[in-house]
Ligand binder design. Sequence first.
Ligand SMILES: Cc1ncc(C[n+]2csc(CCOP(=O)(O)OP(=O)(O)O)c2C)c(N)n1
Ligand SMILES: [Mg+2]
Length: 623
Amino acid sequence: MKLTMAQALVRFLSAQYLERDGTEHRFIEGCFGIFGHGNLTGIGQALAQNPELLTYYQARNEQGMVHIAAGFAKMRNRLATLACTTSIGPGATNMVTGAAAATVNRIPVLLLPGDVFASRRPDPVLQQLETPWRGEISVNDSFQAVTRYWDRIQRPEQLVPAALSAMRVLTSQAETGAVMLALPQDVQVEAFDYPAEFFEHRVWHVGRQLPDAAMLDRAAQIIRAGKRPLIVAGGGVIYSEATDALRRLVKRTGIPVGETQAGKGSLPYDQAGALGAIGATGTPAANRVAAEADIVIGVGTRYSDFTTASKTAFQNPDVSFVNVNIADSDSHKLGGLALTGDARVTLEALDKRLEGWTVDAGYRKRYEELRAEWDREVSRLYNLGHGPVPAQSEVLGAVNELSGPRDVVVCAAGSMPGDLHKLWRTRDSKGYHVEYGYSTMGYEIAGGLGVKLAEPEREVYVMVGDGSYLMMAQEIVTSIQERLKLTVVLVDNEGFASIGGLSRSKGMAGFGTRYRYRSDGSLGDDAGHKSGEPLPVDLALNAQGLGAHVIRARNIEELRDALGAAKGIDRTVVIYIPVDRYEGVPSYDSWWEVPVAEVSESNEVKKARDEHERGMARRRWHI
Ligand SMILES: Cc1ncc(C[n+]2csc(CCOP(=O)(O)OP(=O)(O)O)c2C)c(N)n1
Ligand SMILES: [Mg+2]
């Protein structure tokens, strides 16, 4: 079949399917793109010529496109994704941050940046990087650190093995992440007689791999000997659709569960044993149980520092780990017994081997008391009645209470992810979508749009800080264009409140974290910025300018009204609400390692250093 390389790629992608548990899903559901001289006449021509093969979506920013694709793929439990095509140069490198975010979070996205001429005849073309010591380098080499598969198609026939490799990695539950095929602009339009079988309906099977029976036996033996076992549920529980298996295991054995950011939603918040968030942004219930746990069963978690509280979460001197993970590199972490396999079938196999065994009643009673206590604390934080402007926890409470059980909350960076991790009452396993592997400011609106595209029948609530909003609000326009409604709650606290809080806790008075006019530069949260004079910036007006229906709320009552009104509006709504910059949610029984200067002229920094050293002394090795 004689096609250009770009036409062949589009045709190939349209024929790729993924199958798990007997159900087939189309794998690449569409292609986002921003055109320039590096892709217009190649991939652009192919998409325009055969729109039935792959739906084309326009976006405003290439980083935004990758976040949309990642939000989409995460919502679909990695069983489907989107491709992203860009021009060469800045259009391509704009995707680097999105690629890193997808790869860190183990979310499949297919990136198709244009690249400079393979022939090199017109060198240097517009936007070409010239590297004196190596002719074959282009800006796309910068993706090598942030992709799971990287290739450059130098000849049209090379597409065949490269595209197959790309698909293998994208659909591998252990290896997946951002995959990049760089497409030199001349090769995109070169024709080749491709074999017809390259374009045939191809099904990539996602299996449910079981760990060795002997390892499962050993794991069951270890767990049976435990007095205070705890499950740490990560994103893998949700991606492998293991939430029912987990619920059954917890119900039967009484082993309680702490959830990571990606794993939040593994259990409904009100189930017995659901201790909620664990780690640096964890609940006191989960963190106290973690501190004493003798067996920690990590399921689908990569044990980031937020989960392990920088290796201070598990203080029982005899603690040991059993790790269920599809990725070998994760199942071996913290010196654990590695159960490399699919979360669902592995939990089922463990459940069988634990038949007749449960935790003792005293343990159950203790963690249920902690859970009930925590639930009261959430209610308190939801209803602080803080004034004159509300506290952020009340905003989250109002959104939680006024959203439906299947609606989705989306967030990524700032102080809200930690607060949501602690306070959000999840009722559906796909109702909590916080990108906290890379915590990318700017993911919120774009990622939320991907969620909405993946499941249009759910309402999507995007929680975004003023800082994140200013980094990347432009995909509001895409949401208007595609008639995909988001409800964006824009929380204004005059800048980087989370980092301001971190700064104050490290003796640095919030230096450089508030949006204010410049002044004398004295240390403080307005440092370098005159106190008392806010900037004449109106983010609500900005959102209106991008096409959103904007509602301004000054207090919780008005926010509740706005959330009610938003339900009846069929285009993207932005609800703008100011909150108290200093009224944060406390952290509970936890620590996060952020280094503090070993020598300083400031007593405040010295004090912070002392505290830091006390924290460091609590770190464990777990090897
Ligand atoms: C792209 C990017 N740059 C910098 C950071 C570091 N950072 C984390 S939170 C934050 C401030 C976020 O401000 P805002 O969105 O207003 O949320 P707030 O902290 O006020 O809740 C910064 C700068 C980041 N996570 N991502
Ligand atoms: Mg802010």
